[in-house]
Design a protein around this ligand. Structure first.
Ligand SMILES: CCCCCCCCCCCCC/C=C/[C@@H](O)[C@H](COP(=O)(O)O)NC(=O)CCCCCCCCCCCCCCC
Ligand SMILES: Nc1ncnc2c1ncn2[C@@H]1O[C@H](COP(=O)(O)OP(=O)(O)O)[C@@H](O)[C@H]1O
Ligand SMILES: [Ca+2]
Length: 528
């Protein structure tokens, strides 16, 4: 994309102003070049002397992946030249066909600190208006309102994208609504675990207003409503994997972030009772679950990813334009792999599947890094957003102190997989089967797989039945009704209005000449 403006570094005085046919207001020593794709809009405005001027709104980068909408003002003695500039900019903007013109927005007014509505009205809607985007807004009135509306009612032909104002749970509603609608429209039965799902055509934008917001954080690099709104406005596109979760060949749910059994499942179950606490509920339930120090027995079977998918410990972070994610397997690849898998399974009965049985404190499947403010590198720092795999992290039974060491490593740059009791595998599919416990007698209780600190599962007078020795799965923050599950990663099933984490903050100050033909004689400087 061409850069629009070249610039002079010299500061221009009042006297010299008249010599310059077209320039910006408030001339400073800083000079900017703006990429056309990062211009938000051009608007007519009045300056202090009620003279008509033009403002160009554009994206500027601040710290830690945050974007802001800045503006510069054109002043010119030569109105014609000014108009020419504006016309060229608008022509260039009209060529950017990936930008959304019409959006369907769902707001969860109860997510996070209950600020969703205010965040949208004060920070996002004014930017959409500035970018001339039409938005139909629905403030949800109950859980699953957005999901059900998308599934059946919404006229999706009218829109270029769907925007979710809320947390990961609200995102999950939008995800389920859109995927289900797409499969229904295409007559795909998602109850079949091997069904080839049809990718959704509408992009999803996330305005973070929840408790964790890890899907936003891991795809944008920050939880900031203005930054997310700007990614939506410029029509960024980030493909993303979706795990489909089945129980006994019937569909349960989709997941894009964390599928967690044991530690995170228990935190989520406990935290649901404390919703009134807002985001702090996770910390309280986290401490409680940590002190309980439970472990669970079960069998994990998984189909490892291919070698070219890298390794969870290779420290190759998934960044904007990630090479690993660009290699999307075609459907012929997948068919070939399936026949190869079948052939192998005929030979050894396992088809390349590995099986691990044991006692686990946590079983986590991270389809993306799951980076969030609590853990800026995430549960699996090298997981990829769109490579068709999920990172399966198994934390075996260990001492409280060792588990704490492992947890603490999520908050710094140390390798959380570098423990004897932790293993991690990059997989395309996995299954979990909990150990079915027989009714156990009181003598067996000392050997019970579920030891408790805070809330004993078995009171001294009773026997322990198998249901108490199971945890639950949390699926992007929602609790699954079943424990035995089959999971399969669907490569790049959805697209977000995001671009992944940008490697470096791009510099705004560029000295090279403009590559786009601009009207002659123009000098431009930006307002700071
Ligand atoms: C000692 C400190 C240890 C900090 C360890 C932090 C690990 C955090 C990893 C978080 C992964 C999050 C994955 C995302 C999940 C979300 O989809 C999902 C839903 O989000 P929503 O509410 O926006 O709808 N959110 C969650 O599942 C929340 C998970 C929160 C986990 C908090 C863990 C706190 C652990 C505290 C341990 C304390 C030990 C204290 C010892 C005295
Ligand atoms: N109007 C509503 N009333 C009650 N619950 C809702 C409403 N809209 C959405 N929800 C549900 O609220 C839950 C949490 O939403 P989310 O936006 O993820 O917030 P948080 O991050 O705080 O969990 C989700 O399960 C979602 O289905
Ligand atoms: Ca992935």
């Amino acid at each position: 994309m061409g850069r629009f403006f070249s610039s002079t570094k010299k500061s221009v005085s009042e006297e010299s102003r008249e010599d310059l046919p077209c320039m910006a207001e408030g001339l400073a020593s800083h000079s900017h070049a703006i990429q056309v794709c990062e211009i938000v809009a051009v608007h007519k405005t009045k300056d202090d002397d009620s003279k008509e001027t033009r403002k160009i709104f554009y994206i500027s980068r601040t710290r830690q992946h945050q974007w802001r909408c800045d503006d510069v003002t054109f002043h010119s003695a030569n109105q014609g030249l000014c108009e020419q500039w504006i016309q060229v900019i608008n022509e260039q903007l009209s060529l950017l066909t990936n930008r959304p013109k019409s959006l369907l927005v769902y707001i969860n007014p109860y997510g996070g600190k209950r600020r969703g509505r205010r965040i949208y009205e004060q920070k996002v809607a004014p930017l959409f208006r500035r970018a001339c985007i039409l938005a139909d807004v629905i403030v949800t009135e109950r859980a699953n309102h957005a999901r059900d509306h998308l599934k059946t009612e919404a006229n999706l032909d009218k829109y270029d994208g769907v925007v979710c104002v809320g947390g990961d749970g609200m995102f999950s509603e939008i995800l389920h609504g859109l995927i289900t609608r797409t499969q229904t429209d295409n007559k795909v039965d998602h109850n079949q675990p091997d069904a080839e799902l049809v990718p959704c055509s509408l992009h999803i934008g996330i305005i973070p207003a929840g408790s964790t917001d890890c899907i936003c954080f891991a795809t944008v690099g920050t939880n900031d409503p203005v930054t997310s709104a700007l990614h939506i406005i410029v029509g960024d596109s980030q493909p993303m994997d979706v795990c489909s979760v089945h129980h006994n060949d019937s569909f349960l749910r989709y997941s894009v972030s964390l599928l967690g059994y044991g530690f995170y499942g228990d935190i989520l179950t406990d935290s649901e009772k404390k919703r009134w606490l807002g985001p702090a509920r996770y910390d309280l339930s986290g401490v409680k679950t940590f002190l309980s120090h439970n472990y669970y027995e079960g069998r994990i079977s998984f189909l490892p990813a291919k070698n070219n998918n890298g390794d969870p410990r290779d420290k190759l972070q998934c960044l904007s334009g990630c090479r690993i994610c660009q290699h999307k397997p075609s459907s012929t690849d997948t068919q070939w792999e399936m026949s190869e898998e079948k052939e192998k399974s005929d030979k050894d009965g396992m088809g390349g599947w590995s099986v691990i049985t044991g006692k686990f404190i946590a079983i986590n499947a991270a389809s993306m890094s799951c980076a969030c403010p609590r853990s800026p590198q995430g549960l699996s720092p090298s997981a990829h957003l769109a490579d068709g795999t999920t990172d399966l992290i198994l934390v075996r039974k260990c001492s409280r102190l060792n588990f704490l060491r492992h947890l603490l490593r999520h908050t710094n740059k140390e390798d959380q997989f570098d423990h004897s009791f932790v293993e991690v595998h990059r997989v395309r599919k996995f299954r979990f089967q909990p150990r079915q416990h027989e009714l156990v007698s009181l003598e067996d209780l000392s050997q019970s797989p579920k030891k408790t600190g805070f809330s004993p599962i078995c009171s001294a007078q009773t026997t322990c039945n198998h249901s108490t020795s199971h945890s639950s799965w949390t699926c992007d923050g929602e609790i699954l009704p079943n424990v035995a599950i089959q999971v399969s990663v669907q490569c790049q099933l959805i697209r977000l209005f995001a671009r992944g984490i940008e490697e470096q903050q791009q510099k705004c100050v560029l000295e090279d000449p403009c590559t786009l033909s601009a009207p002659e004689q123009s000098t431009y400087q930006s307002v700071d």
